[in-house]
Structures are given as C-alpha cells and as structure tokens.
Write a protein that binds this ligand. Sequence first.
Ligand SMILES: [Zn+2]
Length: 241
Amino acid sequence: MRREVRYGSELIGFEVTTNSILKDRIRIHVHPNCQVEVEAPPDTDEKELSAGVVKRGRWISKQLAQARSAKAHALPREYVSGETHFYIGRRYKLRVSETNEKPGTVTLKGGTIEVTLRTADKAAIRRRLSEWYFERANDYFERRMATVVSGFTWIEETPKFKLVTMKKQWGSCAPSGVIHLNPWLIRAPSDCIDYVIAHELCHLRERNHSPAYYKLLTRHCPDWQHRKAKLDGIAELILAE
Ligand SMILES: [Zn+2]
C-alpha cells in the first residue's frame, strides 16, 4: 500500500512491505526506480511507519536525488568498453577486444566482463553476450532450483524449467508443471532469483494468486514482498538491451 509523508518541502511517497522475520524494527530501501520501500513487521503502527521515514528523511532525500539523476542519464546500451552490465546482482564493466581466433569468448574477471570477438561490432557483441547470459542462466537457475525446491517438502520431484524471454514477466508456471524463467533474471540479485523460483513453485499447488496462494508463498519466503519490490526497482535497468 502506498503512503506519503512530508519532509521539509518534499513529499515522500513510500510503499510498505511486511516481513514477519523483522522484529520490532523497520528497514528503509530506496530502489533505482525511485521507489521508497519501508519493510516492516506485520501490523506495525501507521504513525511508527511515518515517523521512521521522517527520521531518515535526509538520507532518503539524498538517495532519491541520486536515483533520479542516474535514471536521467540512463542511455540505451551501446556495447562498448567501459559500459555497465549486470550479472547476478553485481555491476560489471564491459571490456571488448578483437581477436583472430574463433569462436569469440566471454570471461568474468574481477569486476569485468571481457568479450573477445573476431568482429567486435555492436550486433556481434550483443549476440555473443546474450548467448553467454543464457548459458549462465541455465546453469545458475538449475542450481538455485535444486536449493529452493529442497525447502518445499511437498514437492516430490524437482520440476523442469525452460528459459523463455518475456517482456514483462520473470516467470510462469505451465499447466504441465514446467516452469518458465526469463533468462534476463540472471542479471538480478540472487535473493530475487530465488523469490521468482519460489513464486512459481507455489503455483504447483495453488494455480491462482488467491489468499491461499499468498499464505503458501509467505510460508516459504517470508520476505517475498521486499524481494519483489527490489526486483521491480531494478527491472528497467536489467531488462534494457
Ligand atoms: Zn504468479
């Protein structure tokens, strides 16, 4: 639910997410999409939420200014050296170089994604990098699926998953029980990836987003609202091609 509070001359809008694991305290996040999230234990007093935002008003205001300016300077990707690219929640600098060897390679080195290609033009780099992301996504999601499913004692067999590029969705669960995952999710932080997997696994028992569904999801992932807000907050950044 959205709320507002006045801080000096500024009106700060914020979204409240509940997390039963938090005991007697709130956590404030400012996401790259300029959303302010207040994560709080269930049934936290309204006044306490607003007071918490006012108390950290200075910090929030500064974070918002930074997020706004970063958003304003966000340009479409050019696939040139020095550009920022995401991988499992981390920012990497792209480094492009040309080689006579075939095939081209992609390697992670420290904070760099190094792409070496015969013809290092934009389309070729983009294509090779996408292939690399898809391979990594397959590998990483398979491992995360195995880990996340181990907490779902009512699931007997680890479901199969398929990478499916989707414009606005991170995942879906087919009636056959096959889970579709958006390969670009590999750019998101690992807790967000686990959340999407848990979200789809819960659909194996509850098809629709009913109260029973959310009860199940909360049981398996108590801070799913925060993870969702975090993922929404970076969606634009990590879906940009
Ligand atoms: Zn769903």
